[in-house]
Ligand binder design. Structure first.
Ligand code: SF4
Length: 486
């Protein structure tokens, strides 16, 4: 997996990709602005969402046990998975126990994170994605590039080609003369998936929220394919990150307002499915909840980084991010792309390897992601925190040496004065482009002009005279006018 700068370089050279991304992100962004602007109490809702998540994370052990008790009491079974391998083993074992070799899936980031499809394939089990965008990604043997719209990098013409070329190999083929009209494409997917829903007996899902008080799982989606997936099969296995808990239904109410407006710019979510254990004669008759840690406890232990666990995966931060808009999601090399991926992935997976270590730098720190985040995650703060961690680790020798030297110079008044005088004297010799490895820095930035005289020297010459008060006049009187002219 290449580091972010390498992957971004090739992505930004793809003009079709940039066009597709710009069009899609700007459309969703405008819709979100409209939907959020309708509410007078958006900032209070946002603060409530952040507070609920923080409180829940502070008492996560209590709520997890409460959830386990409620799910069990409702006829479900809870499994605890410390990492991806354990979660995959549990799910594979559960599917095997049913005797089935096919499962349908409702879109789930958690199962992508643990690479469940690949683990199931190794066990001879085929997982069929049923979310339209996930279906496009699966048929084209591609990777998701957006949290909400995994195939955002594809346009209609490309999707038609994928359907025409690949659908037959996975089930019901696309119609003979399929056009790239969105309705025709949606109908082709509907027919293809319907046949799958009718004959598959096991489903795998994630959940947007898990209500601790009642043991209820909640999935929000726009197409209704998720609801088919959750209600038709005999066995339902839900893989859910431990941070997805909300204590009660009244807490859930806050997120059911925040999420649709932030993600799709809608006032209300089109399909919100909830299920609690099993109900005799209705829906899946066997329910398993796999609670996934996979690094989340470590994230929780970091007092700055833990706010990333508030994320409700709305994708607003992706749609506003100038870096994501130009590189797309694949450049992040992670299931979680964009600003949230840049802080979540290095925390979940560590920063020991180059791809993860490069992610905290995949940002201009403009702060737009923080502004739009419905649970007020201060992404720039976490990015800087992670950069500190990366810079403190091994590697980055030249950067560390440069920062060490700068710290030494700034640490002494005389040293700083001498360095400023030397820089002013040598200003005409400073190149526009740095030599050697430092050229990577100046390839994308201009070296600022060094002034003829430093501020400290100017202050000694001019400011000292101004500071001396005239007889009968207090210091500072009339300073604004003088300062304004300068
Ligand atoms: S970090 Fe905030 S804006 Fe980004 S996906 Fe998560 S909740 Fe949405």
């Amino acid at each position: 997996m290449p580091s972010f700068p390498e992957a971004a370089k090739s992505a930004t050279g793809d003009s079709q990709l940039r066009h597709n991304l710009r069009k899609a992100t700007h459309t969703i962004r405008a819709k979100r602005d409209g939907a959020v602007g309708e509410l007078d109490d958006w900032s209070q809702l946002r603060a409530a969402g952040a507070a609920i998540k923080d409180r829940t994370l502070r008492h996560l052990d209590t709520y997890l046990e409460r959830l386990e008790d409620a799910v069990t009491a409702a006829g479900g079974r809870v499994h605890w998975a410390a990492d991806a391998a354990e979660a995959n083993d549990i799910v594979t074992g559960l599917v095997r126990a049913t005797g089935e070799s096919d499962v349908v899936k409702v879109k789930s980031m958690a199962t992508q994170e643990i690479e469940l499809n690949e683990a199931l394939a190794q066990a001879g089990i085929t997982a069929y994605e049923t979310d339209l965008a996930e279906l496009i990604v699966q048929l084209s043997d591609d990777l998701p590039s957006h949290i909400l719209v995994p195939a955002i990098h594809r346009n209609r013409a490309e999707i038609r080609e994928i359907f025409r070329d690949q659908m037959a190999a996975w089930g019901v083929p696309a119609p003979e003369r399929l056009s790239d009209d969105p309705r025709a494409l949606a109908e082709a997917a509907r027919v293809h998936l319907r046949e799958r829903f009718m004959r598959t007996k096991v489903a795998v899902s994630g959940a947007n929220f898990a209500v601790a008080d009642s043991g209820t799982m909640v999935v929000l989606e726009s197409e209704g394919n998720g609801r088919m997936c959750l209600t038709l099969p005999q066995t339902l296995i839900s893989v859910v990150g431990i941070e997805k808990i909300v204590p009660s239904w009244s807490d859930l109410e806050v997120f059911l307002q925040l999420l649709p407006r932030s993600s799709t710019g809608e006032r209300m979510n089109p399909y919100t499915s909830t299920w609690t254990g099993v109900t005799p004669g209705d829906g899946p008759q066997e329910f398993h909840l796999v609670l996934l840690d996979n690094g989340r406890s470590d994230v929780l232990a970091d007092t700055v980084g833990r706010q990333a666990l508030r994320c409700i995966r709305c994708s607003a931060c992706l749609n506003i991010c100038p870096v994501y808009e130009r590189t797309g999601g694949h450049a992040y090399g992670s299931v979680y792309p964009g600003p949230i991926g840049a802080i979540l992935t290095p925390q979940l997976q560590g920063t020991a390897s180059e791809p993860e270590a490069s992610l905290p730098y995949a940002s201009s720190l403009c702060g737009a992601c923080y502004e739009v985040c419905p649970v007020a995650i201060d992404i720039p703060e976490v990015l800087v925190h992670l950069r500190e961690e990366v810079a403190g680790g091994s590697g980055h020798t030249a950067e560390k040496a440069a920062m060490g030297a700068a710290g030494w110079v700034f640490g002494g008044e005389r040293r700083l004065g001498a360095a400023q005088r030397a820089a002013s004297a040598a200003r005409s010799l400073v190149p526009r482009r740095m030599p050697g490895p430092a050229s990577a820095w100046t390839d994308t930035r201009d070296i600022p002009d060094i002034p003829e005289e430093s501020f400290r020297s100017w202050w000694r010459r001019e400011g000292a005279a101004e500071e001396a008060p005239e007889p009968g006049r207090a210091p500072g009187d009339g300073d604004e006018q003088e300062g304004g002219r300068r």
